[in-house]
Structures are given as structure tokens and as C-alpha cells.
Design a protein around this ligand. Sequence first.
Ligand code: ADP
Length: 476
Amino acid sequence: MKQSIKIHKRADFKITLWYSLTFFISIFILALFLNYRLSHNLIKEIDRFITDESNEFLAEIDQEKNDLKKIQKRFDQTIAGREFYKIYYRILDHKGKTVIASKNFGDIGYRKDINFLTRLKKKHLIKETFHSPYHRNPFRIHSFLFDSTINKEIYAIQIGTYLKHYNKTMSNFQNNIIIAIPLALLIACVGGWLFARRVLVPISKITKEAQHLSISNLDKRLIPSGTGDEIDELIYALNQMISRIEESYLKISQFSADVSHELKTPLAVLKGETERILSTSRKRDEYQDHLYNLVRKIDELIELTNNLLFLAKVDSGQWRKPDDEIAIDNELLKVIDLFQGLANDKGIKLSYLPLPHLLVKGEKFRIQQLFTHLIDNSIKYSLPGGEIEISLKKENGWSVFTIKDTGIGISKEDLPKIFDRFFRVERSRSRQTGGTGLGLSLCKKIVEIHGGKIIVESELGKGSTFTVFLPLVNPS
Ligand code: ADP
């Protein structure tokens, strides 16, 4: 059932939030930077202007030499034309006392600290922004020393201007920023949300389609948008995953059907035979014979279930390979000895080349099972007069076991399927020979869990060769 996701957990909400937050922080930092740069540049311009005025004053002092009255008159005339940036000035003697000042200087309320002259002596030029208690806006004031050898009464000059226009420009800029930031943030939020929705729409589509997938429609696939982006890649990966699940599911279904079938038929036969035995009274010997046959069939069933259990354990990863060292030449020899009688009875020549002493690691019982099954198959699928040749050798760190027969062989079409579970070339023929179609898949699994591989070559009517590679304990 579809569950609606809480807003704060939704990806589009989170993307929008992070995007907007990042945007806000960057725009805020940018605004602070611009504010600082604008203020800095404006003050620099004003400083240049004050420096120009100072130079003009110095030139006038130079002209009027010792006459302070005349100097003041000339100064006042000069600043009278300064309307936009009004000029404030005063001249101090070496005790710090004002000797002349513009009329408006007193309005500033400028208080110099006691160390002012000492500081000025050290620096020669002090540029400061002074906040007057009587005015809304600050003043920019330059104080500098005067060469008193020329005019003994003049020690220092202070000249400055009112920063009204500077403040106006700054507050205009700040007001604009205050309006622009929320507006930009709003656009970023809406844009971010639309963008997040656009990116996430295909994901919602995938979610919807995935919710409708079930065992009954595993053949369905998600449709990529064709843009070749990460979402399309995700769709391809999901489709591959669905294909693998479908394949495994079909295999499991087939396997369960085969298992039920394999168990059902012999159980039905067992029941039928038991009922037949019970239907008439028999002699003790006859009962014994019949019961002996039944026990053999039950043993076959037990072996089949044990093999199925082993395969299931390996498939689910529960089977752990024992670490025993196995002399495979000894095990092979035991199995060959076991089958010599059967081969002779069928008129088949079972021979082997000298077996080298080779060690592999694993489970002895499973290795025996492997040899037993391959030799048994070769005898089963060979005709009287046939030949089976077995060899064991060491090759590049591997033990290589080969069993070659001149039997009925396997067709090209069937060859790729013979290691599939319950596959039999001809079901009726295999039933006659007593096979279940599980043997070779079991052999393949045994070889794989021992770190090896099994291959087959065969030609219909000519014979088959099975080769098993197993890693040696001591490859050198
Ligand atoms: P089964 O238990 O029926 O023998 P297997 O898994 O051992 O099943 O073998 C699968 C099929 O491969 C068999 O049905 C058989 O026809 C074919 N096969 C296996 N070994 C040989 C062989 N040596 N020669 C010819 N056919 C073989």
C-alpha cells in the first residue's frame, strides 16, 4: 500500500531547504562583502577629496606666511563654495590650542584626547571617522602636522567633511539589499522546489511501477526516459536486478516442481508395490525379497533427499567446506575398484593410466561422490564393447582428472544443459538407467565448492570426455 511521506522527510523538501539555505548564506556573505567594499571605496574617495583640500590650504598658508587673519579669510572664501561636501577646519598651535577655525567647526563637538598631539607627532597624518554627539551622521577628519619652521604659530591642521551623502548612499544600498535578499530567496525557494520536483518525478514513477511488481508480473520492466542520466542508469540496474530475480524465481519454481515430481513418482510406486505385496498372503522368503526391494527404493529416495539438502545448503551459503587433505589418487582408485565388476558385467573395458599422488583440500565424501557419479554415468551411457579410460595428472598447480568413454555421446543442443538440475537427455532412457538428472549438477556444485571447474566434450554416437580441475594443496 502506498504510504504518503511526511513533508520534512520528503527529498524535494530537503533539496529545496538545503539549496535555499546555501543560497541565503552565499548571498548574505556577498551582501556583506559588497557593503564593505562600497563603504571602503567611498571613504577612499572622500579621503582623496580631503587631501586635495588640505593641499590647497597648505598652498594658501604658504602664500600668507604669518598672517593668521588673512589665512582664515582666504580659507573661509575657499570653503564657501563647497556645498555638497561642506568643509570643516581648524588650526592648532604646538600646545594644542585652536588658533583659527571655521565657523562650523565648533558644531562638530570634536574632542581630542590628551595624547592626540603625541599620536600625531608619531604618525604625522591621522585619518578618522568621528561620530559627533550632535549630528546624525559622522565626520571624516584628517589631522596632520605642519612644518612650524615656516609659520611658528601653526602646529597642526585638522580638516574634514560631513559624511551625510556617504551615509545616504550606504543606507540606500543597504535598503536595496534588504529588499533584494528576501526576493532572491523566494525565487531560489520556488526555483529549487521546481527543480527538485523535476528531478524527483522519474523516481516517483519508478516507485509507483516497483510497487506494482509482483511474482505474477516479473516479466514487466521499468521504462527508461532515454536521457542517459543517473536515473536511467538506476532503471537499467533495477531492470537487470528484476531479470535476475525472475530467472532465479523460474529456476526455483522449476526446481520445486521437479523435486515434487521426483519424490511423488517413486513414492507412488512404493505405495503401489506395498499394497500389492499386502494384497495376497505370501511365504516368508517372498516377503523378504519384496521388502528387500522396497528398502533399496527407499534408500534411493533417501539419497535423493540428502543430495537435495546438500544443494540447498550450498545455495543458501550454509555449507562449510572441511579442511581435510585428500589424496585423490587413493580415492579414485577405490571408486574404480568398486566399478570394475559392473563394467565387466556390461562388457565394457574400464582402464586407467598410472595415477600420481596428488593432494587437494575439501570433503572426502563429496570427492568420492564426484568420481562415483562420473564413472557410473560413463558405464551407464556406454554400450557393451565400449571403452572407458581414466587419467589423473598434475598441470599448472591443478590436479586434472579425465574420464573418456566411447559411449552414446550427447548432442550439441543438449550439451549446454546437462549440468542443469533434473535435466535428462531423454527422460524415458534415463529412467530405464535409473538416473534422476541431478547427478551432473551435483558434480558441478562439488567441483565449484572445492574451487575447481568441470568441462565436457562430447559427440553424439562417438562418446564423451569429462575433465575436472581441482586446485592442489601444494601446487609446486
Ligand atoms: P542422470 O542421473 O539422469 O544420469 P545426470 O545429471 O548425471 O543425470 O546427467 C544428465 C544427462 O546427461 C543424462 O540424462 C545423460 O543423458 C547425459 N549424460 C551424462 N553423462 C553422460 C555420458 N558419459 N555419456 C552420455 N550421456 C551422458
